[in-house]
Design a protein around this ligand. Structure first.
Ligand code: AMP
Length: 126
């Protein structure tokens, strides 16, 4: 079943400049900005500018150029925030939530980059 994109979601409004954001990096295809409710000292959201609901939608329907650009931006930010281990950083975590079980709140594809403190185990046992 094809995805239906809700263009009234908050990240669509950010992309249309209807609400402000704290931009970290921007390219032709990708926008990265600080999460309004950070879970750690560094918490950045990376979104494609295209209308994709979640990761599997993006991975299936985005162009190679969009996917390449998105991936490069995520990688670049790990260095910008000095979290990349090969630059002496202490590491980071990437999270992309999808759907009900993934507890996705905003239905526009986004990657969380979280860093700046020891994050603990990824998933608590049920
Ligand atoms: P998710 O649960 O994966 O959909 O995460 C959505 C994230 O968007 C949460 O971490 C929110 O804190 C964040 N968020 C919601 N509204 C804004 C906003 N206006 N600017 C920046 N981050 C936001």
């Amino acid at each position: 079943m094809p995805y239906e994109y809700d263009d009234q979601n908050i990240f669509a409004k950010i992309l249309r400049c209807e609400i402000p954001n704290d931009t970290v990096m921007e390219t032709d295809f990708t926008l990265a900005f600080r999460d309004i409710t950070p879970a750690a000292p560094e918490h950045i959201l990376v979104i494609p500018k295209g209308s994709y609901v979640n990761y599997d939608h993006f991975a299936t329907d985005a162009t190679d150029a969009e996917i390449l650009d998105f991936t490069r931006v995520v990688g670049a930010i790990t260095h910008t925030i000095k979290a990349a281990p090969n630059g002496g950083g202490n590491g980071y975590r990437l999270i992309t939530n999808a759907g009900h079980d993934g507890v996705q709140d905003v239905p526009h594809m986004h990657m969380h980059i979280i860093a700046g403190r020891r994050l603990g185990r990824m998933i608590q046992p049920a």
